[in-house]
Design a protein around this ligand. Structure first.
Ligand code: NAD
Length: 265
């Protein structure tokens, strides 16, 4: 479990932090000395190895909670366990997310429900349980990992685009409610980042569009990004760390793009 840092350092809870962007955010906050609650799905031994490595690399306390983002009671327990273990909760990063790509008329209804649940409603649940303590201590940061798809659409991503537009609205609303108490709420909208979530959709995109996988990367994914480069997980993580800093105290309700210029078009 690492050193006992109760009440000695700020604490960040990052949902969906067993891989990809969330893992990079957990590592960045650990490197900055935060106590960390990680969360996400995956092989138990691998997750324990990840938890132990972050703790050892950065000499901070790192805990794992297995809450499924589709289970509100588990989300509540994760927030409670964070406070019980660390004695505080300063930063929540709502990052867990899944993708599914299909034309609307073929889009499975259960996939719609899952995506809205994991990519949108889970953030409602973490926020409603985390924010009273943040308001009471007069300091808090909610950082929602939205997407360029929170601002613009692409075909075949109805649920994802709806959920990400939804989290943009949630971000703005939460930002207004406890602003006087030092709690900010912002959204980062990355363009394409080459994580498992993106790699997994390449074959489906190829099938839906009738093109090769290489054509999906060049002509669909990076076509949207004027820089013609993927955003990196480290870039998103360092942006999140900045938003958690005191320097960012007046950034509130902001929908912040990191998309190589995609949504400038
Ligand atoms: P990823 O698949 O690498 O990571 C997703 C994480 O969410 C994993 O830790 C996974 O275990 C967790 N997760 C999934 N379902 C869960 C559930 N039911 N309960 C708890 N945890 C669950 O993907 P990523 O690319 O790192 O995505 C992270 C976030 O960034 C997502 O919200 C995604 O929409 C967003 N995003 C990604 C990109 C991109 O191009 N990769 C771009 C913009 C936004």
């Amino acid at each position: 479990m690492g050193a006992d840092m109760t009440n000695t350092a700020k604490v960040a809870l990052i949902t969906g932090s067993t891989s990809g962007i969330g893992l990079a955010i957990a590592e960045a906050f650990a490197a900055a000395g935060y106590g960390i609650m990680i969360n996400g799905l995956g092989d138990a031994d691998q997750i324990e190895a990840t938890r132990a490595k972050i703790a050892a690399d950065h000499k901070v306390d790192v805990l794992y909670h297995p809450a499924n983002m589709l289970a509100p009671a588990e989300i509540e327990d994760m927030v409670t366990q964070t406070r019980t273990h660390f004695g505080r909760l300063d930063v929540v990063v709502n990052n867990a997310g899944i993708q599914f790509v299909a034309p609307i008329e073929e889009f499975p209804a259960e996939k719609w429900d899952q995506i809205i649940g994991i990519n949108l409603s889970s953030a409602f649940h973490t926020i409603r349980h985390a924010i009273p303590g943040m308001a009471a201590q007069k300091w808090g940061r909610i950082i929602n990992i939205a997407s360029a798809h929170g601002l613009v659409a692409s075909p075949f991503k109805s649920a994802y685009v709806a959920a990400k537009h939804g989290i943009v609205g949630l971000t703005k609303t939460v930002a207004l409610e406890h602003a006087k108490e030092g709690v900010t709420c912002n959204a980062i909208c990355p363009g394409y980042v080459l994580t498992g979530l993106v790699k997994a959709q390449i074959p489906d995109q190829a099938k839906s569009r009738g093109i090769t996988e290489e054509e999906v990367i060049q002509n669909v994914l990076l076509a949207a990004q004027p820089t013609k480069q993927f955003v990196t997980v480290e870039q998103v993580a360092s942006f999140a760390l900045y938003l958690a800093s005191d320097s960012a105290a007046q950034i509130n309700g902001a929908i912040l793009t990191m998309d190589g210029g995609w949504t400038a078009q």
